[in-house]
Design a protein around this ligand. Structure first.
Ligand SMILES: [Zn+2]
Length: 287
């Protein structure tokens, strides 16, 4: 099982600290924002302790493609109403891809965005033109994330992502990140994960699936809300999430936890242990 979580990247250890955090959870994958997820301020590369991070990855036998970068969520390539927003998306994604390449990572997770006051088709067309305007470095793959369908979000049907990828000038630079909370909120029944994978394969192609975000959901299937819950504390439940984590058809794909902190503490060490041992432990009770 390739399993990890969202980890922080902060002073003084930056990227090396991110790897240390992942190792403290006994993870063999990790995902991070290269700065605050809600803004586009970024540190210069030379301060990020990249060499030390790469050394730690190597020493612990973790391939660099299991270090995943998440683009900040304010990046909205679907917005055609405010040109400065899509301009920022192009600008920021260009620098983010350079950072990802310098770090030695491969995958960048990107939310397709929200069409705001236009409509779904306009949103999809705006995303296509934004992404086709990018000069993507060799070896970098942008993974469009499946969304919950909250508000005017694009990407809550596999068909949306398939349409975007079908129109890419360089489709080899694009893949998908599947979020269990989001697709459940979007109306897919994840308790029948084989059928979900069959549908994904029919619409997008399973060879495009590179990352799974493993989260429980606070809301019922189809609620289109997007609120993550800790494993076994939501409507998906531990058994289904554990089944997905160990599913042979996605064994080669990193699973990343983005579950909420409990009492200000990251739950990831315990959640990863639960998945490895296949035993549910009520996280709301004291350790
Ligand atoms: Zn995401």
């Amino acid at each position: 099982m390739i399993i990890g979580s969202h980890v922080q990247m902060k002073a003084p250890d930056f990227l090396a600290g991110s790897v240390k955090e992942a190792l403290s959870y006994e993870a063999n994958a990790l995902m991070l924002y290269t700065g605050a997820p809600q803004n586009t301020k970024r540190r210069p590369l030379e301060e990020m302790k990249i060499d030390e991070a790469q050394k730690l990855m190597k020493e612990n036998g973790i391939p660099m493609e299991h270090m995943i970068i998440h683009a900040p969520y304010l990046i909205n390539p679907a917005n055609s109403v405010k040109p400065e927003v899509s301009e920022l998306a192009t600008q920021f994604l260009t620098s983010e891809m350079q950072r990802t390449a310098a770090i030695g990572a491969k995958y960048i997770v990107l939310h397709p965005g929200s069409y705001t006051t236009t409509d779904l088709e306009t949103g999809i067309r705006t995303i296509i033109s934004c992404l086709n305007g990018l000069d993507i470095p060799e070896g970098i793959v942008i993974c469009l994330e499946t969304m919950a369908g909250k508000g005017s979000e694009v990407g809550f049907r596999f068909e949306h992502l398939a349409e975007i990828i079908a129109h890419m000038d360089h489709p080899e630079h694009f893949g998908v990140c599947l979020d269990t909370c989001h697709i459940s909120d979007a109306g897919y029944d994840v308790s029948d994960f084989d059928s979900v994978l069959d549908e994904f394969d029919r619409v997008i192609g399973l060879d495009r699936l590179h990352i799974i975000h493993l989260n429980d959901s606070k809301n019922e299937c189809g609620a289109r809300k997007d609120r993550h819950a800790n494993l076994g504390q939501g409507t998906i439940g531990f058994d289904t999430l554990c089944h997905i984590a160990h599913h042979p058809r996605t064994a080669h794909i990193p699973k990343i936890l983005e579950t909420p902190y409990i009492d200000g503490e990251p739950p990831y060490g315990r959640e990863i242990r639960m998945l490895k041992e296949k035993v549910f432990e009520d996280m709301t009770k004291a350790q």
